[in-house]
Design a binder for this molecule. Structure first.
Ligand code: F6R
Length: 369
């Protein structure tokens, strides 16, 4: 059942091209229009949505952060992302024009379930992005958009994360299509780029050896920092979470722009810092800003490990190690840049002799509050 891999985690990381492809499958018609009939919310009702709140925990919440960047950019609808357990215990402002999108691999996370129930009571429309057919959260939601990652056995989430991001992109594009916020050609172009992602993930997987070698060499590292910006920010958070969960190493992810507001004080000689570099094509020119962040930490002794887009030669001179991912649209980069970080955490934990499928103190679905 592990398909020849040593662990479920490794198998699931290698399943990711399928997880993304299967999540895209059957969701467009011959004319390239998105069809999300399974959403079961009246399109007219969806058109009246003025605010979106994404609710999730852990890795799923990081998928939600990617969703925020994509949906706001494509649909011009304000999106808030909130941890389910925080949401329910404040006085969130919800009305019938609020769409609550919950994201949960298991569909059983108690914190998220309670938050969805609360949102429903307050009159919101609820959509569940979920990987588990017939689980509680989709059953209690008005609508569901399933991710088709297949069962995820390893406790720490990998392929479900990429599938959640994919589903969130589809939801964003669907809302943009309904509200005519993007030209249909623009939507087709994005879908065409999405369709190429599975093969590009495979390219990243084929280069895993380089990442594994670095991970083994860093087996005695005490702390690792991860920097990212824009959609690379949730990727940095996810890279740090994977390392904490699997390798029990102190790791922290933060937005690269925050560096000078405090975290740069952490940098001293030999501190490993992963940097998820935005595409050189990013419309806000964030690339140059992040390159200067790399220089800043490097000048203070950091060991910089860079994940960048193929062809980005600028970053190479400032990086101890560079991992390249194939080119794609800036918005879609998380589907590629996450993969080396997963492999890094898996390999480092394995080198330490830890059980990567069942890390200590963790459970696959957290059904208590
Ligand atoms: C991290 C991880 C957890 C889950 C979180 C939410 O690797 O697996 O952070 O993402 O517990 O779980 P779901 O998505 O099942 O609601």
């Amino acid at each position: 059942e592990k398909d020849g891999y040593d662990t479920f985690m490794e198998k699931e990381i290698h399943d990711q091209p399928h997880a993304v492809a299967d999540t895209l499958l059957g969701r467009t018609d011959a004319a390239g229009q998105l069809i999300l009939d399974e959403l079961r919310i009246d399109p007219e009702e969806l058109k009246s949505i003025t605010k979106i709140i994404v609710l999730a925990c852990g890795t799923s919440a990081y998928a939600g952060m990617v969703a925020k960047y994509a949906i706001e950019h494509w649909c011009r609808i304000p999106v808030e992302v909130e941890l389910s357990h925080e949401f329910r215990y404040r006085d969130p402002i919800i009305d019938p024009n609020t769409l609550v999108v919950s994201i949960s691999q298991s569909g059983e996370t108690m914190d998220t379930l309670m938050a969805v129930r609360y949102a429903k009571e307050q009159g919101a429309r609820t959509v569940s992005i979920c990987n588990t057919n017939g689980s509680t959260i989709p059953r209690e939601s008005d609508a569901v958009l399933y991710t088709h990652a297949g069962p995820e056995i390893a406790v720490a989430s990998t392929k479900a994360f990429l599938a959640q991001i994919t589903a969130a992109y589809l939801l964003g594009l669907y809302l943009a299509q309904l509200n005519k916020k993007l030209y249909s050609q623009a939507i087709k172009d994005i879908l065409a780029q999405l369709a190429e992602i599975p093969a590009k993930i495979q390219t990243v997987l084929d280069q895993a050896d380089q990442v594994k070698e670095l991970a083994r060499s860093m087996k005695d590292t005490g702390s690792v920092l991860f920097l990212g910006r824009n959609v690379g920010y949730p990727v940095a958070l996810e890279g740090a979470l994977k390392l904490k969960e699997l390798a029990y190493i102190h790791a922290e992810g933060f937005a690269a722009g925050e560096l000078k507001h405090g975290p740069i004080a952490l940098i001293d000689e030999g501190q490993p810092v992963f940097v998820v570099v935005p595409s050189p094509m990013d419309r806000h020119s964030l690339h140059a800003k992040v390159v200067s962040n790399i220089q800043e930490v490097r000048a203070r002794g950091a060991k910089t490990i860079v994940v960048a887009e193929q062809g980005d030669e600028d970053v190479k001179q400032y990086a101890e190690t560079t991992f390249y991912v194939p080119e794609t649209l800036p918005m879609l980069m998380p589907l590629l840049t996450t993969v080396p970080l997963q492999i890094f955490a898996l390999e480092l934990a394995s080198a330490k002799g830890y059980d990567v499928d069942q890390p200590r103190n963790l459970a696959k679905s957290v059904t208590v509050e």
